[in-house]
Design a protein around this ligand. Structure first.
Ligand SMILES: [Zn+2]
Length: 288
């Protein structure tokens, strides 16, 4: 067993608005689709998140949609200047398994170059919208590699979700046959079954002590956790859609208003660095 307190984890942020993130998940009436409001929501929430990370002295990895580099370049610049890693979350929030190869590559390159241009930093990592690298879209990993991406963090090694997951995927950092590094979303094994715990709804719905125990358990094995959050889960702004079913409301809104406080209770107990630093430290990537 490793000294768990020495293991460095990654806090990642998928930067998108609440409405654009969920357009493929459930029906949202057009009256709620408003680009200007969405950008205001992102900017307000990111500012609170940057304050929180600065207070806790944590550098994170921000996976930005390419369209944010186009629409709000100052936000990407601000995040980069605060010392955080800039990663790519595709161009718009569209699931990859519905896309053809040419369309995916075109969006990836546009997003990567756009983010590099406005941040002044190289983009090494990729996170697919809705973790949509599955068996049906496994071809995306070769396009990532040939487009200059060094690591992917899109695979959820679980079987139990309705949209994403590859049940037989390895649960920890590993090199793929094409040379790309995979840094999967964190899961914990209980009675032979893998359960997700490290972000989004799981992070909001599990009691704090459960999340802390899961991180400690993975760290005791000498493995780094990949955690993730969205700006609207930290607050203060999340758009409300009164028509949603009680199930959707619970799944998408529960504990969103308290995300800030929950992070302040969990994060100080562990070590964090941007994903690229963790991979370099493990000698998985050249320092270039
Ligand atoms: Zn996303």
């Amino acid at each position: 067993m490793t000294d768990a307190t020495e293991v460095i984890n990654v806090l990642s942020v998928d930067v998108e608005g609440f409405i654009e993130a969920n357009l493929q998940s459930f029906h949202i009436d057009r009256k709620y689709v408003d680009g200007a409001k969405e950008n205001y929501e992102i900017e307000t929430n990111i500012n609170l998140l940057l304050e929180l990370l600065s207070d806790l002295e944590i550098e994170a990895t921000f996976f930005f949609l390419g369209r944010i580099a186009r629409d709000m370049p100052h936000i990407v610049k601000e995040v980069a200047q605060a010392g955080h890693e800039i990663g790519c979350h595709s161009y718009e929030h569209l699931r990859l398994f519905d896309m053809d190869k040419a369309a995916f590559k075109e969006r990836l390159i546009a997003a990567k170059y756009g983010l590099e241009d406005v941040s002044g930093k190289r983009v090494y990592g990729f996170r697919a919208p809705d973790f949509s690298v599955t068996q049906a879209s496994i071809w995306t990993l070769d396009i990532l590699r040939e487009s200059g991406i060094l690591y992917d963090s899109s695979i959820y090694p679980i079987a139990l979700h309705d949209v994403y997951g590859i049940s037989e995927a390895k649960p920890f950092i590993h090199e793929l046959p094409n040379g790309l590094i995979e840094f999967p979303l964190s899961t914990v094994e209980i009675l032979g079954k893998r359960f997700p715990f490290g972000g989004g709804g799981y992070f909001r719905l599990y009691p704090l002590f459960v999340t802390k125990r899961c991180i400690s358990k993975i760290n005791r094995f000498g493995q780094s956790c990949m955690l993730y959050i969205h700006p609207y889960e930290v607050g203060p702004i999340i758009p409300t859609i009164p028509e949603l079913s009680w199930y959707r409301k619970f799944r998408h809104y529960h504990n969103c208003k308290r995300g800030d406080g929950r992070l302040r209770q969990i994060l100080p107990a562990f070590k964090f660095a941007p994903a690229i630093e963790v991979l370099k430290q493990k000698d998985l990537l050249e320092d270039n």
